[in-house]
Design a protein around this ligand. Structure first.
Ligand code: NAD
Length: 294
């Protein structure tokens, strides 16, 4: 039987509807929710992402301010800007638009964001609190992956889960969520030998590597739930022989969809759900700031 395709666009629209209602009720009681995104320089991808987030924020009833800084911005100037936004009671959420110029250390800047305003969930305080299962704000992509797994209907407790890719912001938080929810988790990475020997045991296979089609049919167990986080821009020839750009995932979707029970496409899978989770985090940050723990 062909796999159930987990339609990220439709799921994201449902989540945005639920979140918009929460935002409206917060705004009536406590005033506007405001997200500030910092964009340095003129990177095209960062601007496209910022513009689409702005659109989603405004549609959901969240104020959006794009703080634009010149290419020449120093790390010290960026940190000063983050300090200013941290201290401003009218700012609910702060995020950095990546990529930033090579002179900037984005991780050090993310560390500076107040954990209660860190709507992407990338501050070490938030990542660390995941270990205790009490994050203030959890990383958006990991939340999106867990939402997709939930919607696939698979039982997480007791399942064999394999997470390929163990970055601090994506793969490791996903491994931590799955562990907390009582899956038996195998964490694979660049030094893993015989990758397919691990992935073929997976009832739940999450792939977050950033290498096109690193996972093929030979890596997948019959009936597995396959979640593809990878986003890879490739060039290929179209029917007229012209070189065109295309976005594909880390999983060979065509091959995997014949074996899996459920699978996310790329594009249109985890990406849109991650943006919806960002909005959810923004409203969560607003509520949690009313009652801070630290
Ligand atoms: P990263 O480069 O920080 O980490 C990659 C991970 O993959 C590392 O743990 C590395 O050890 C592992 N890896 C590399 N080669 C491997 C191999 N041959 N076999 C097994 N593991 C290998 O990347 P990241 O920031 O975690 O992002 C991963 C992918 O997810 C990228 O394509 C990125 O664009 C995408 N991404 C998507 C979203 C979304 O919302 N959909 C969000 C964040 C990242």
């Amino acid at each position: 039987m062909p796999a159930n395709i987990l339609d990220g666009k439709a799921i994201a629209a449902e989540i945005r509807n639920e979140v918009s209602a929460k935002i409206a009720s917060y705004t009536v009681r406590y005033g506007p929710i405001r997200l500030c995104a910092i964009l340095i320089g003129s990177d095209r991808a960062a601007r496209i992402y910022a513009d689409s987030q702005r659109k989603r924020c405004l549609q959901a009833g969240v104020q959006h301010e794009l703080v634009e800084l010149p290419e020449s911005t120093t790390q010290a100037r960026l940190l000063a800007e983050i300090d200013r936004l941290n201290a401003d009671p009218n700012v609910t959420g702060i995020m950095l638009q990546l990529p930033m110029p090579a002179s900037i250390d984005p991780a050090a800047a993310q560390y500076r964001i107040d954990p209660y305003k860190d709507v992407e969930g990338v501050n070490p305080a938030n990542i660390g609190l995941l270990f205790y299962d009490v994050p203030i704000i959890a990383p958006c992509t990991a939340l999106a992956v867990m939402e997709m797994i939930r919607r696939s209907g698979v039982e997480i407790r007791g399942a064999e889960a394999v997470v390929v890719g163990q970055s601090r912001i994506v793969g490791r938080p996903i491994s931590m969520f799955l562990t907390t929810q009582m899956a038996t988790v195998t964490a694979c990475h660049i030094a893993t030998r015989n990758l397919h020997a691990h992935t073929r045991n997976a009832d739940i296979l999450v792939v977050a590597v950033g290498k096109p089609h690193i996972i093929g049919a030979e890596h997948i167990k019959q009936g597995a739930v396959v979640i593809d986080v990878g986003i890879n821009s490739i060039r290929e020839r179209d029917a007229n022989g012209n070189i065109v750009r295309k976005t594909i995932g880390d999983v060979d979707f065509g091959a995997a969809a014949k074996i899996a029970s459920a699978i996310t496409p790329v594009p249109g899978g985890i990406g849109p759900v991650t943006v919806a989770m960002l909005l959810q985090n923004v409203v969560e940050a607003a509520y949690k700031q009313l009652n801070r723990r630290i």
